[in-house]
Unconditional design. Structure first.
Length: 451
């Protein structure tokens, strides 16, 4: 239970630290070499990007960054394009007049935009021009439409410090998707809890439903779901249907979720509902739905235009578990697996890749779960890997979590040690399949507009 994930985690940390030390040393040596070079006419010609015969400070800095490998040409070109997009007046600088014109184009009240800028100046810190255009100053990607790469992922908080969305007037529907395998003893309480929350929520009352994707259970899971659905329908005054669909055989948690996503797309493709995935044991409380939706709306209001529809864009909000109680063996396993994922697949932009509590727009759900190569425990890693390489925004939201008895992972043949070894092999297989000699291919995003 302890030694395999602990050894893998420690090895991953050691190798990662050594790699960072070597990389930093190489960068320092390269930096010193570049500074010691004598300036020649050839250098001047290379630095003169606009062909004016003179090298500005900006051209010199850009040239040195490229030479030292601190930034690549594509990223530099994207930064220039961003600046040109923000420089509405084409003055070569960003000022309040640009902010005023951008506010008019976006439909924001001009007075509010300028007052906000004046307040920043009066505080002695003008800061970056904001108003939804420069919302993430760490991101090298377009401020008008941040991507889902690891350096643009946003971390929200459920502690009450998350800002309120600018607008919640949009009407969205929600489908809660629950994968289940042999869950006849635990699914009932989860359904009751989630239905109670949805039926009492002004946001989701009569605009939500619950879908259970039965992963070929050998017990009475499907019958229990149907029985509870009938009882709730007979006693409830709200219209929140509960349905169950079943796979013919056990294919894994990822396979069950993909099956459910297909059903949702088939039934509700026109309305384009949001899809929330959660575990059958109810480890994530239903009230966390509002935190996930708030994080999504905050991102949407800051980065999307008023004339755009959420059902046309792929966005993911991933839960990050904050544990109220957890066995030490589970904590060690999760720590070790996260380290392995980071070591093998790189930074996927989230701290918790395995949390089952996630919110998807329908386009994101469709493309990320299309023809999964890893339908089992490791499917979350493939979903996040696809999101990263398809530039789908992935936000992360703190989520309350309480581990429940009856874990399928602990009860699996061979226990946690076997699952550790299997998931490690699957992560290596994922990297090889997509980037090595495998024939895995990323899905294409044809069902909604590309950024």
């Amino acid at each position: 239970v302890f030694y395999l994930p602990l050894a893998v985690a420690c090895a991953g940390e050691v190798f990662s630290t050594l790699a960072l030390i070597v990389s930093d040393r190489k960068q320092q040596v390269l930096f010193e070499q570049e500074l010691q070079q004598h300036l020649t006419l050839q250098h001047l010609r290379a630095m003169d990007a606009d062909g004016s015969g003179q090298v500005t400070r900006e051209e010199y800095v850009a040239f040195m960054l490229l030479e030292m490998g601190r930034v690549d040409a594509q990223e530099l070109a994207e930064l220039h394009q961003q600046f040109q997009a923000l420089d509405v007046t084409r003055s070569g600088v960003l000022d309040k007049e640009d902010l005023r014109l951008m506010a008019e184009l976006k439909g924001t009240r001009v007075e509010e935009a300028v007052v906000g800028s004046d307040e920043q100046e009066s505080d002695g810190d003008a800061g970056p021009i904001d108003g939804g255009y420069l919302t993430n100053t760490k991101s090298p990607d377009s401020p008008l439409r941040p991507t889902g790469r690891s350096d643009t992922s946003l971390k929200m908080s459920s502690s009450g410090n998350t800002p309120e969305p600018q607008s919640t007037t949009r009407e969205h529907s929600l489908v809660v998707l629950i994968p289940a395998y042999n869950e006849e003893l635990r699914i009932g309480g989860t359904l009751q809890s989630y239905h109670k929350f949805l039926s009492s929520s002004p946001q989701w009352k009569d605009k939500s439903s619950i879908l259970v994707a039965d992963d070929g259970s050998l017990d009475n899971t499907a019958n229990v779901v149907e029985q509870i659905a009938s009882e709730i329908a007979a006693s409830s005054t709200t219209n929140i249907p509960i349905r169950c669909i079943s796979l013919p055989h056990n294919g894994g948690k990822g396979a069950a979720l993909a099956f459910g996503m297909q059903e949702i797309a088939r039934q509700d493709s026109e309305s384009g509902p949001l899809v929330l995935t959660t575990d059958a044991d109810g480890s994530a409380p239903a009230k966390g739905i509002d935190d996930m939706y708030q994080a999504l709306m905050l991102y949407w209001n800051e980065n999307m235009g008023d004339d755009e529809r959420m059902e046309d864009h792929a966005i993911v909000v991933a839960g990050c578990r904050s544990y109220q109680s957890a066995a030490l063996s589970r904590l060690v396993f999760r720590w070790g697996f996260r380290t392995v994922v980071k070591l093998v697949c790189g930074n996927l932009g989230v701290e918790d890749s395995q949390c089952g509590f996630k919110l998807f727009t329908l386009p994101a759900a469709q493309v990320l779960y299309e023809d999964l190569n890893l339908p089992g425990w490791s499917h979350d890693v493939e979903v996040l890997y696809r999101a990263k390489h398809l530039n789908i925004p992935v936000l992360e939201q703190d989520t309350a979590w309480q581990d429940k008895d009856g874990s399928k992972l602990v009860a699996s043949p061979g226990g946690v040690i076997w699952v550790c070894a299997k998931m490690f092999a699957e992560v290596c297989k994922l990297r090889w399949g997509y980037e090595g000699g495998g024939d895995w291919r990323l899905p294409t995003m044809t069902s909604f507009p590309k950024d």
